[in-house]
Structure formats: C-alpha cells, structure tokens
Design a protein around this ligand. Structure first.
Ligand SMILES: Cc1ccc(OCc2nc(C(=O)N[C@H]3CCS(=O)(=O)C3)cs2)cc1
Length: 348
C-alpha cells in the first residue's frame, strides 16, 4: 500500500500537462480505471490481515477522493479556459489576416501624374465650377452664339445660358479675367458632353494648359509639349505636330507620339499593332497659339493686360481617360466606371 501516497503526488505532477479533456480522460483511466494504478495498489488489500484492512481501506479511499478532486478541478480549469477562449475568439494559431487596403482609380493616377509633370514645368493648377455660363464656356473662346459647338447635340444645358462645361477652358478664361499676365496654369477636371457610345462617355476628364506672356512662340509650345510627353511616357518617345483647327487657337496642331506598344513599328510579333492600328503613331493631345479674339474678349471685361498686340500665348488640351488607356493598356472605356474590383485593385 506504500504506492498509494506516490499516486497522489504523481497525479499532482502530471495533471498540468493534460491540455485537453481527451488528455484528462486518459489520465483518469490511468489512475482510476478498472486496470488503473489505484486498482492495482488496492489489489494488495486482499492479501492483508483483518487488523490492517480497515486503516488501509480508509487510506485507499482518501487517495481515491484526492485523485478525483485533482482530476475534476483540472477539468474545471480546462472548461473555463475553453469558455474564455471561445469568448475572446482569439486563436493565436490562426494565420494573420492581411489588412485590406484600397487603391487609387487609374484616372486619378493618370491625372496626378500629368499634373506632377506639368507643375514640374512651371504650371500652376487652377480649379473652378463644373456648372458654367455660356460666355466662359463658348463666347470668350471665339465661339459666338450661333457656333455649331454650342448645339444641344453636344452640350448639356441647365437653362438658356447655364450649362455643364464641355471642356476645362472656362477655368483659363476665369484665370485671365482675374490675373494679369504672365500666366502659366493647368486646368484639370470633369467635363460633360452630350455624347455616349462605345468610345465616348457623357462625363470624362480633361487637363488643359495655358501660357500667356510677352513673346510666347510656337517654339515654346513645341518645346514644352515635347518635354511633357517625354516625361509622361518615355525619353525616346517621338513627337510630331500635325496642322489642325480649333476655334480658340490659331495656328492649331494635333500632337502624335510614337506608339508606346510597338515603338512606332506598326506591328508586334508580326501582328498589326492594336494600339496605333499599324500607323506607328497615337494622337495624344491638341494645342495651338491662343487666338487674338480670345485675348480681346477677356481684355475687355477682366483685369486687363491681354492686349493681343502686347502678349501672346499657347494652349493645349488632353483627355485623361485616353492617356490612362494608353499608359495602362486599358482596352475599354467602360471599365473606368463599372467599378469592378478585379480591375480597380490592379492599380495602386
Ligand atoms: C483660354 C483658352 C484658350 C485656348 C484653349 O485651348 C485648349 C485646347 N484644347 C485643345 C484640344 O485639342 N482639346 C481636346 C483634346 C482632347 S479633348 O479632351 O477631347 C479636348 C487644343 S487647344 C483653352 C483655353
């Protein structure tokens, strides 16, 4: 029966390692089972004399109760722990969860990058209302009341003379009404046209630029825009100016750059280039020398200083969605506003 005391000590030592109810059950069977340690020790009882049996029996009972108490209290500890664990829901063995971070829209990224290059070239960003009057949006830009661009098929009117701006040029008009030359500003923002098909959306983004000073020349225009597109795309981008027409600039030009996909070859791996349609060139923006009528209009009603005999200027405009599609290889305009996360999350 001397093994009896050892049982309580051994159980005390080992109960702490039982970390689950399963471990504890194994321990219970080991000590208290039919073939357990206590039963083995009590087996010796049957060989004892009648005078020793009662004490030994009492002793064995004490040890049994002690073992039960040790195991039951350990079970209570394990159950309390499990309850707490369930409450806290924290399972340290689970892998970490990556925090979901958002991303900027490709149009926003393109807008930011274009503005960064142009502010680096000395232009200041101006902003203003999207709901404009027809003087700022058309008349001041050499488009008199009966000009076709004013027609309802292109313009979204709020009332007879109030409309959604069709370009960001009104911001440059407002700047010239409030500041005397020299002026070097860019006007980024949303513009609205009554146009909607596979390659046009009623709202899109534009950035226009304006430089007005003494002796601004076509050479300044070519130099500035060449530097701009070579920073925006790549230093070896080829640039060409094609004669064009806009009511607010004279002379006017459209600027093409060598195709960023085929490098100007017109084909990729023997396939016709889908970006430049085999021409090797991609139209990127329009520009020109500001028409004197624009200066006359603002000189008359603004702070002055825009006498076309004393200042000249150049202006340019580009579509941001178009630049983003070229830069990021986006094939469909609609992707910009379907907000499919699988598309948006590719841009950071
Ligand atoms: C006072 C003032 C005077 C002149 C101005 O000329 C802005 C200009 N824009 C363009 C042009 O080609 N723009 C288009 C490019 C693609 S688009 O987004 O569809 C609009 C040429 S010159 C602006 C303001």
């Amino acid at each position: 029966l001397e093994g009896l005391d050892g049982l309580t000590l051994e159980c005390q030592a080992r109960r702490g390692q039982a970390c689950s109810l399963k471990d504890l059950e194994a321990l219970r069977v080991e000590f208290l089972g039919r073939k357990g340690k206590l039963a083995a020790a009590m087996g010796a009882l049957s060989q004892m004399g009648p005078e020793d049996k009662p004490a030994a029996g009492r002793k064995a009972n004490e040890v049994k109760n002690a073992l039960v108490e040790l195991l039951e209290s350990r079970q209570a500890e394990l159950e309390a722990e499990a309850a707490k664990g369930a409450l806290s829901g924290f399972d340290p063995s689970l892998p970490g969860r990556r925090p979901a971070v958002g991303s900027l829209h490709p149009v926003t990224l393109a807008m930011q990058e274009i503005c960064e290059v142009l502010t680096g070239l000395g232009f200041e960003v101006v902003s203003g209302p999207e709901v404009e009057n027809d003087w700022n949006n058309f008349e001041a830009l050499n488009m008199p009341p009966d000009h076709p661009a004013r027609d309802m098929q292109d313009t979204l009117y709020v009332s007879d003379r109030v409309l959604l701006r069709t370009h960001t040029s009104p911001l440059q008009v407002r700047t010239m009404l409030s500041r005397r030359p020299p002026v070097a500003v860019i006007a980024p923002g949303k513009v609205y046209r009554r146009d909607s098909d596979i390659t046009h959306t009623p709202m899109f983004h534009q950035i226009e630029g304006l430089l007005v000073d003494k002796n601004v020349s076509m050479a300044d225009l070519r130099g500035t825009l060449t530097a701009f597109v070579r920073q925006l795309f790549s230093a070896d981008t080829k640039v060409r100016f094609r004669p064009s027409f806009f009511p607010f600039t004279e002379p006017s030009a459209e600027v093409d750059i060598s195709c960023m996909l085929c490098g100007g070859e017109g084909h990729v791996h023997g396939e016709p280039c889908r970006v430049c349609k085999k021409t090797g060139w991609v139209e990127i923006l329009g520009c020109g020398m500001v028409d004197p009528n624009v200066f006359r209009a603002v000189d008359k009603v603004g702070v002055g200083g825009y006498d076309p005999e004393s200042v000249t200027g150049f202006a340019f405009g580009l579509g941001v969605e178009r630049v983003a599609m070229l830069k990021y290889g986006i094939g469909d305009l609609r992707m910009f506003f379907e907000n499919d996360v699988r598309f948006l999350e590719q841009f950071s």
